[in-house]
Ligand binder design. Sequence first.
Ligand code: DC
Length: 229
Amino acid sequence: MKKITIAIDGFSSCGKSTMAKDLAKEIGYVYIDTGAMYRAVTLYALRKGLITSEGIDFDKLREEMDSIMITFVLDPESGRPQTYLNGECVEKEIRTMDVSSHVSPVAAQSFVRTAMVDLQRIMGEAKGVVMDGRDIGTVVFPDAELKIFVTASDEIRAKRRYDELTAKGEACDFQEIKHNIQERDRIDTTRKISPLRQADDAIVLDNSQMTIDQQKQWLLEAYQKAAAE
Ligand code: DC
């Protein structure tokens, strides 16, 4: 079967990365979590004190963009890629509520998007890639052979995120998580540059009532069809 590009876009916390990761592993493709890249930039800004209660120092962040190196390294134990920021594994640190509540305004900046999109295109140029995010099918790889747009109700998404954080032992509040998801949806869909929207040729997957196994099967069939065409 020919190698294709698979773009998986959709709302926050609707299980995109789990299904994208599983598919990539199953078919031997490279998986790129583009949300992790925007999260790593946000973590960098937080650590450098560029994000305070006063706001975000975007001028300083723009100056520092060349000092931010983001890479993915396959974890031999889990077989899954881990996010590295300037050589340090930050997979856990980028998933905290602190990063989640600041990532959308950072990801809305054009200088941040340009740098990340350039990197994403390099990472995916050889095809054989599953990339998940918000603008993969519309901006990063508009010619992707398979585009999926994933959605689920905000109540269900908040519940999944709550369960995920609780399982990791992180203290969290359901209402705060739900509010954070709704707020990110609002910023992601209304921002001026590359807002989250369904590509005209994307297939919609509403997974509110689906199990992980059902999604896996659905996605595998969509891939087999697209790769055979
Ligand atoms: O998928 P995620 O929740 O880890 O993404 C984190 C944030 O990054 C989310 O608020 C939107 C933004 N993002 C983006 O703007 N473009 C992408 N391709 C991926 C994520």
